[in-house]
Design a binder for this molecule. Structure first.
Ligand code: ADA
Length: 554
């Protein structure tokens, strides 16, 4: 399933077959072809649990005419072929991409996707890390039949005016024809209003159409009290429908005011978790029911916020957050890159691509209240700081309505506090060091103030401690026991929530996640980052009850 709602009533849009043939030609691959589910990761297959290499997926599609193939996510390099001819390539596991094959004869066609999850110099963002770079077609594949023009995407920007809510609507329409065409674009927002306008397209032109509508009766999307609306865009020619696209949005405004974050004018205290897209043997291809369970648990724990560390998430997860009123910090892909790694010649181009795709694809989700980038990279060197400034600038250019931030390292020397709208820091007192928590926050605040970020909202974007599920020692309470994790989390949460200057705490992390053996096995027992309050199968550790008690208290 691609989304939680119907996206097309006119366009013929089908999911590709649920089972594809997979061959794994590199060392450690399976003997012969396997029949595997799409979406899925190949690590779910018993013989491919640790396979790193190429995987060639193949299926048959029955279609004809102008056909759009949309890939929700392929981890993490994709080379797509149709009937043996290259259709497109894509780098990056966590955003969608598409390609249109024109004038296909109607009938069976062979769709092949060569997936590659090997690390290498050409990959600046996917590298050995404290989470796993899975292999596979991990999100749905859509096969869509188009006419001679289609709607590529749309953006709804809500704005609060003295007359009430206004929606600024932008719709991109693309011609697939060699002749000019005259169309009519009909925009319907059920319960609110209807608008329409003629659109003239030159041959092969992509055009953005803009209009603004006032919606005095619109009800705001609020945290934990969500109200969602639908925008249906329909393209017509000579009175007949040619194409359509439906998306959901909400009316809500995000502002920063001094040290506070305001949602629809009201201060919000963020309480939540960092969550990797990773679930036991499903890897990053998390099924809807498991996503829903994660969010149900987070609500049970008293959360109002989740951070999609360290990359854009599945739109289905964002849809659920929209429906539940859970605020989302979504960030583009990057974790812990040194200056040397940021100097990889592909780094900027791949970061810009991922950032652009994230914002363009997820813009309409009201749950997303802030954009992030470059978790714990080299913000303390002039070159690294320049990269931060470039990505902050790009995020602002792509979306002027949301603040930007980045989760920065605990170490001193940050050079970008002035450049972000919200300052966020990751701290691990009592786990990686024993400096008292409030002293740590005070020292960091002084440094942030000296760097020009003193009057901005401050989020503790990561804090936490490890525990191996089922490992107990109530007497020694040594590190890795569930008891010690409780002790540390209790002190961390209580201290942070008592800090007036802090407007949010995001615990590291919701669930244990797999890490790469390369570079990480010695720091991570079981090759898992075990700082979850639930393990990778969502079995609660003792700390679950501690967080629940403390989060419900405020
Ligand atoms: C960092 C990082 C996380 C994780 C965490 C930890 O803050 O952002 O991805 O590695 O540390 O567990 O140490």
């Amino acid at each position: 399933m691609e989304r939680l709602f119907t996206t097309h009533r006119v366009r013929i849009s089908k999911e590709a077959a649920p089972l594809w043939q997979l061959t794994t030609p590199d060392e450690g691959g399976a003997e012969g072809p396997l029949l595997v589910p799409v979406p899925g990761v190949w690590e779910s297959q018993p013989t491919l649990r640790s396979y790193r290499g190429r995987g060639v997926y193949e299926t048959q599609v029955d279609c004809g005419g102008n056909v759009r193939f949309q890939f929700g996510g392929v981890s993490f390099r994709a080379l797509v072929r149709l009937d043996g001819q290259e259709l497109c390539r894509h780098y990056g596991a966590y955003t969608a991409f598409d390609a249109v094959a024109e004038a296909l004869p109607r009938g069976q066609h062979t769709l092949t996707v060569e997936v590659d999850n090997r690390f290498g110099e050409d990959s600046a963002l996917h590298l050995p890390n404290d989470y796993y770079a899975y292999g596979g077609i991990t999100r749905p594949v859509l096969v869509e039949e188009l006419g001679d023009a289609y709607i590529t995407r749309m953006q709804v920007a809500p704005a609060m005016t003295p007359e009430g809510w206004r929606a600024d609507i932008r719709v991109w329409v693309r011609s697939l024809s060699d002749a000019p065409g005259e169309y009519y674009l009909r925009l319907t927002m059920p319960e609110l209003c209807e608008q329409g306008m003629p659109v003239k397209l030159q041959p092969r032109q992509e055009k953005m159409v803009h209009c603004a509508v006032t919606c005095p009766d619109a009800v705001a999307w609020q945290p934990l009290q969500p109200k969602l609306y639908t925008l249906e865009a329909r393209l017509e020619k000579d009175g007949a429908p040619v194409d359509d696209l439906c998306d959901r949005f909400g009316f809500r405004r995000v502002q920063t005011e001094g040290r506070h974050i305001l949602i629809n004018g009201e201060r919000v205290l963020l309480k939540g978790f960092n969550r990797h897209e990773d679930w036991g043997s499903f890897g990053c291809a998390v099924p809807l029911s498991a996503m829903q369970q994660d969010l149900a648990m987070m609500l049970d724990l008293g959360c109002n916020c989740v951070r999609t560390c360290h990359y854009p998430n599945d739109p289905l997860f964002l849809d659920l957050c929209d429906e539940l009123g859970i605020l989302v910090w979504e960030e583009s892909h990057a974790r812990g890159l040194s200056e040397e790694r940021m100097r990889n010649p592909h780094f900027m181009e791949q970061s810009i691509l991922c950032t652009r795709e994230m914002v363009e694809q997820h813009y309409n989700h009201p749950a997303i209240f802030i954009w992030g980038c470059l978790n714990e990279c080299a913000d303390d060197t002039p070159y690294g700081a320049e990269c931060y400034r470039t990505l902050y600038g790009l995020l602002h250019e792509l979306d002027a309505s949301r603040p930007v931030t980045a989760a920065l390292l605990e170490r001193p020397g940050g050079l970008v506090y002035d450049a972000q709208d919200v300052v966020s820091i990751n701290i691990y007192p009592q786990w990686y060091h024993n400096r008292p928590i409030s002293r740590q926050i005070d020292a960091k605040r002084a440094e942030i103030a000296a760097g020009g970020g003193g009057e901005k909202p401050l989020i503790i974007s990561e804090i936490g401690a490890g525990a191996i599920y089922g490992y107990h020692d109530p007497l020694s309470r040594c590190k890795w026991t569930e008891e010690r994790q409780c002790d540390i989390l209790r002190e961390q949460i209580t201290t942070v929530l008592a800090e007036e200057a802090v407007c949010g705490i995001l615990l590291w992390q919701f669930a244990d996640c797999r890490v790469t053996e390369e570079e990480w096995f010695d720091k991570r027992p079981r090759t898992y980052n075990s700082k979850g309050v639930v393990d990778e199968y969502r079995r609660p550790k003792m700390s679950y009850a501690v967080v629940k008690e403390l989060f419900h208290r405020c």
